[in-house]
Design a protein around this ligand. Sequence first.
Ligand code: ZN
Length: 357
Amino acid sequence: MATPRKDPATTPPPEPGPKFFREILGHDWVVSHLKSAMLAGRLAHAYLFLGPGGVGKAATARALAAALNCTQPGADGDACGTCPSCRRMQAGAHPDFLVISPIESKVQISIDQIRELRRLTEYPPLGGGWRVVVIKPAEALSVQNDAAANALLKTLEEPPPQHLLVLTARGEADLLPTIVSRCHKLAFAPLPSALIIQELENRRSLPRSQAALVAALSGGSLGRALALDPEELVRQRDQVLSDLAHLNRGSTGLVLEWAQRLAKNRADLENFLLLAQLWYRDLLLSHFQAPAGLLAHQDLMSLLEQARAGGAPATWFASFAALGTAQRHLQANLNPELTLDILGLRLQHQGNPHEPR
Ligand SMILES: [Zn+2]
């Protein structure tokens, strides 16, 4: 039997994620700013896209590259999606769109990568349009990585014609001021919960209750939301609610035992704090008659109602605050077990505010 011949003209499967401005979720202001700068011929030579991971910074850079290189752009400046340049962009194979990231397990972008970029920028873009280079994340050119950062600085100072650099970063704090000052900054906000819920329902066919839970823990990052395992999250959430119920009823010995157990695993510990905060947030939201659509515990409405009837807003505020304090103490590298001992005792006390101690 003859093996089917591989057709050299077959286009590779399209890259996941948005390719064009019209597909970017949220960030309306950033997109309209870039489109009008592009149409007016007033794009900066280098942009710094600031915002949390997974909200669409690199996708927006890709949409900008697609629009700049499209041969039949629409009246609003967005790429057509069908010309040869757009098809290459969709296939993730456009020769003039480059993403420079740390190689393999490295944390930093190497000086060699930047030298290679500088050599490449000596030549005009292959397609005759614009070469768009994304440096992702710009933190990989940190203060400890002076050589690579300084080499890039030369490109930022005298950008070659028809070249555009886009640096992405969570914030400015870890970037060299000399790099920041040479870029036009654009801020990407966390995506609204409602938008993430909608995407999870559409792309992952998640039931509303799971989508709401995942969205609430995603920190406004669609990338993070898509990476979370909803069933595992529900399991963890149920464990957290069971822990909270035990803490409220249990002895001091039980609190200390709980703290010792949870302190052993940093990821479990961080999830506990987030999920427990979510529970108290929902108790407060439902107490103050927020629309049920905003709640992350939509599959547990009767439990929520039961807890609401047996508690008081002041204690939920206090429990929420105690969880936030524990988060800050852990971020400041205080002893996790000690932090949890105190947190457990505070939660226990809030659960039984009228009991003598
Ligand atoms: Zn096109």
